[in-house]
Design a protein around this ligand. Structure first.
Ligand code: PLP
Length: 386
């Protein structure tokens, strides 16, 4: 495509033509038989994408924050204790959200770019005995990935529900919901699920549904109440029409195309591809002499990279130059270090060519800012690491 500028931010991302075509198709009724079939199939496929055969998927029009809200509203009752495994901006958001529903929230935090130790989490769980713990799988403000498998094991030992904000991870990072004992995992369409913004996606496991069914107080959010959505999801999956709020028909058509493509690639192959692209991107950034926000290499996510600006180079200068050279990147998000770093998303349909073009654009931008390095260093490192 002529004049194409790659959208390489941590969501929204580049989308597949077949997904965009579904979005642009004439809108059907939400109770048309072929739409019911597509919605039902999308729900079945989501269970496979989340690797949760006994989970209940929810697809609701809204953004990722609504997906967070669905879990918070339906699982929290006033006075419940909650623990937030906090690795950045979205942990803060989850804490604020849970408090809105009356939870007593404790955060376990680490310095920016770090992550709380498992021992700290274990003692917090033992001391607080929370009803639920939220974990941001990849905090998009720091590029830090949490060890969800280990955290789930700790939560299970304490009988605490674990809710994983997988908005920047599901369908990009390894997340084995059932096998690891994750009770709720959630995401949004515009990240690694690879559908334009507008859908909140969530899968609730059996323990989360039990906790919901044994609530003593009504859900303090009308739109988010699972009582309204559960019959709708069950009906569509049984290929029957149902209604609570009009589904985002075209987005759901597009979702079904995308989750079909994701499963065609295979979850293991998809995770491996994301790891390979991430290795290449991080190798390029290191070779160019730039630091990264995650304090240790094993803390760094595979769906995005968070490079620090080199001395003397700032967002206002660098990012427009990179864009002119062909790649749109994102500035900082974490309030403490906002002006010190930028963010590269490499998830979903991103391929090796996109990544090399992005690294090339970063080199062009850096050179334009007067930063001294040997041209081609980043691209060579990326190719060697793929
Ligand atoms: C993007 C993101 C969100 C918020 O999603 P919206 O669609 O912007 O509401 C929440 N958590 C994480 C980890 C994210 O990356």
């Amino acid at each position: 495509m002529k004049d194409r500028t790659l959208l390489m931010i941590p969501g929204p991302i580049e989308f597949e033509p077949a997904v965009l075509a579904a979005l642009g198709a004439p809108t059907t009724s939400h109770v048309a038989p072929d739409f019911i079939e597509a919605f039902g199939q999308a729900l079945e496929r989501l269970r496979e994408v989340f690797l949760c055969p006994d989970g209940q998927p929810f697809v609701v029009a809204g953004s990722g924050t609504l997906a967070m809200d669905l879990a918070g509203a339906n699982l929290v009752e006033p006075g419940d204790r909650a623990l937030v495994y906090n690795t950045g901006y979205f942990g803060d958001r989850y804490g604020a959200l849970l408090e809105r529903y009356g939870a007593q929230v404790t955060h376990v935090r680490a310095p920016v770019g770090g992550r709380p130790g498992l021992d700290e989490v274990e003692s917090a769980l033992e001391q607080i005995q929370p009803k639920l713990m939220t974990v941001t799988h990849v905090d998009t403000s720091t590029g830090v990935i949490a060890d969800v498998e280990a955290l789930s094991a700790l939560a299970q030992e304490c009988g605490t529900l674990i809710v994983v904000d997988g908005v920047c991870s599901v369908a990009g990072e390894e997340l084995r919901m059932a096998e690891w004992g994750v009770d709720v995992a959630l995401t949004a369409s515009q990240k690694a699920i690879s559908v334009p913004p507008g859908l909140a996606l969530l899968v609730a496991g059996p323990r989360a549904l039990d906790a919901f069914h044994s609530r003593e107080t009504p859900v303090a959010n009308y739109y988010a109440d699972w009582s309204n959505w559960l019959p709708v999801m069950e009906a569509y999956e049984a290929r029957r029409p149902s209604y609570f709020g009009t589904p985002a028909v075209n987005l759901i058509w597009a979702l079904n195309v995308s989750v079909g493509q994701i499963l065609d690639e295979g979850m293991d192959a998809r995770v491996a591809r994301h790891r390979s692209l991430s290795r290449a991107c991080k190798a390029a950034i290191a070779a160019l002499g730039l630091g990264q926000v995650p304090l240790e290499p094993e803390f760094a996510a595979n769906t995005m990279t968070a490079p620090r600006y080199p001395a003397g180079v700032g967002a206002a200068d660098l990012l427009p130059r990179i864009k002119k050279a062909g790649a749109i990147l994102a500035g900082g998000l974490h309030p403490q270090i906002k002006a010190e770093y930028f963010r590269i998303g490499h998830m979903g349909p991103t391929n090796a060519g996109d990544l090399l073009a992005t690294v090339g654009a970063v080199e062009t931008g850096l050179a334009g800012c007067g930063y001294a390095f040997k041209a081609g260093t980043g691209v060579a490192a990326a190719i060697a690491a793929m």
